[in-house]
Design a protein around this ligand. Structure first.
Ligand code: ARG
Ligand code: ZN
Length: 472
């Protein structure tokens, strides 16, 4: 039941917009940055994706305004990136793949800019320090990003004349200039202007939907910190469903779902959303965001994505697909990895959530599921060729080592520390790093703190060694 890729199928997208904020900088840069201005760096330092991300600033907010022309598939857009410089900057870079840049302003003054590979390098008229806003005017026909494993992501045109963004890990740069690293989370506003026949899904809350002539502008606002890869807009010929659900803690959460017309109403799948959210709240703690829902589109990418608030499915979702993507709202979206080699912190947790659901709905216990998988994968199985927390090949990011072995790691942890301590660890992990980031080391230390045990060998054997751990 657990599958390496969750392919529930559909598409979604959303556009997002502005955003703000970043945690690290806000505290780390308390002292006014001084010294001679120097250029920011052009890598966030991720070992799997060394070209992605930038340094020298932390983004606080992205304000994205995008107009979509259905007949040509082209966009014209303005993204305002509000950031805090971590040192005085003579120059800085953003990630942007494809598209044509017309103008860049920094705090209202025209800046010089150049393009190298997927970088937009900006030289402001005068160096920046402290808080600044870079406004980029750009347009064209967005490209689709191809991952090292050959899958498509980023801007995905759809046959209904719309397009959807699913952007893990790097595709965000196909539709807005950004600091394309999960370490630099921010808030977003997305104002998306489309022909009125199309509806627009996005992250967070719908602030307004304004008709002007034959077009409509949808304004989505994300007030929680969000990684760039989770930013979504999806424009399509949707049936749009709006309702409210009650969370376990009694909060009323708006539910916005977007279902491509060819799939009908998908009433059963939509009815599952509140049930799954509450099921997961009882295990993982309060739902971390302000709204929920799903986006279902015929994307043709072969996977679903946990786009924040509203996961996006490539076709009608399976039950476990819903369980998986909604679990990511806690583990992946609210608590996000700092480096991509920690992907098991997302996929292992979401896979384990599938097992929890199955066990609670008449299927085998999580312990039985673990044993069956352990037996089904002898030492010679390729499942063990990769250490989940130590990938060197970016093409393995979404391999079964992250999903299956990652999920198995959690069952091993549960059996070691006991069920009550295990769920305390899961809940505390979500609470402590809410709207932030976390690493495998931090998770291990938390588990040791809660359980009072030394878990070094367990984490080592399950996450850092490319071999089947013995004795289970
Ligand atoms: N995180 C997604 C999931 O829920 C998978 C994303 C796959 N992305 C890709 N580019 N292949 O499992
Ligand atoms: Zn997943």
């Amino acid at each position: 039941m657990s599958k390496p890729l969750s392919r529930t199928g559909s598409a979604a997208l959303a556009v997002l917009v502005a955003l703000s904020g970043l945690s690290v900088a806000a505290s780390g840069a308390a002292a006014a940055p001084t010294g001679r201005p120097s250029p920011g760096g052009q890598s966030a330092g991720d070992s799997l994706f060394p070209a992605a991300g930038n340094t020298g600033y932390d983004v606080l907010h992205y304000g994205i305004r995008l107009r979509y022309a259905r007949s040509t598939g082209r966009v014209s857009a303005t993204t305002a990136v509000t950031a805090r410089a971590t040192h005085p900057l003579s120059r800085f870079s953003l990630d942007l793949q494809g598209l044509h840049v017309a103008k860049v302003f920094v705090d209202g003054r025209a800046g010089r800019f150049s393009r190298h590979d997927d970088k937009l390098v900006v030289t402001p008229a005068r160096p920046v320090s402290g808080r600044f806003t870079a406004t980029v005017r750009y347009g064209g026909k967005p490209v689709t990003h191809i991952d090292p494993d050959g899958t498509q992501e980023g801007w995905i045109p759809t046959s209904d004349g719309g397009a959807t963004v699913v952007a893990e890990p790097l595709g965000a740069m196909t539709w807005f200039p950004d600091n394309n690293t999960p370490r630099d989370k921010a808030t977003f506003d997305a104002r998306i202007d489309v022909p009125s026949a199309l509806a627009v899904a996005g992250n967070g809350d719908l602030v307004s939907r304004r008709r002007h002539g034959s077009r409509t502008t949808w304004h989505w606002s994300q007030r929680h910190q969000m990684a760039t890869y989770l930013a979504m807009i999806s424009m399509g010929r949707y049936r749009v469903y709006r309702s409210t659900m009650r969370s376990v803690t009694g909060r009323h959460l708006p539910v916005w779902s977007f279902v491509a017309r060819k799939y009908g109403s998908l009433a059963p799948a939509r009815a599952l959303v509140p049930r799954v959210v509450r099921f997961e709240e009882r295990r993982f703690g309060p739902y971390p965001f302000t709204s929920t829902g799903i986006v279902v589109q015929d994307l043709g990418v072969g996977y679903a994505l946990e786009t924040q608030n509203r996961p996006t499915f490539d076709g009608p979702p399976s039950v476990l697909g819903l369980v998986h993507e909604l679990a990511h709202q806690w583990y992946g979206d609210s608590v996000t990895l700092r480096r991509w080699t920690d992907i098991w912190l997302h996929e292992g947790f979401a896979s384990y959530a599938e097992d929890l659901w199955t066990a609670a709905h008449g299927g085998p216990s999580t312990a039985a599921a673990f044993r069956a998988r352990y037996r089904a994968h002898p030492a010679s199985s390729s499942l063990w060729d990769q250490a989940p927390a130590r990938f060197r090949d970016p093409a393995l990011l979404f391999s079964s080592a992250a999903y299956v072995r990652g999920g198995m790691t959690l069952q091993v942890l549960r059996e070691r520390v006991g069920t009550p301590a295990f769920f305390t660890i899961l809940r505390r992990w979500a609470a402590r790093h809410r709207d932030g980031n976390g690493t495998t080391g931090q998770f291990r230390r938390l588990a040791e703190q809660v359980s009072g045990q030394d878990l070094g060998a367990l984490f080592h054997d399950w996450l850092y060694v490319p071999a089947r751990p013995d004795g289970y």
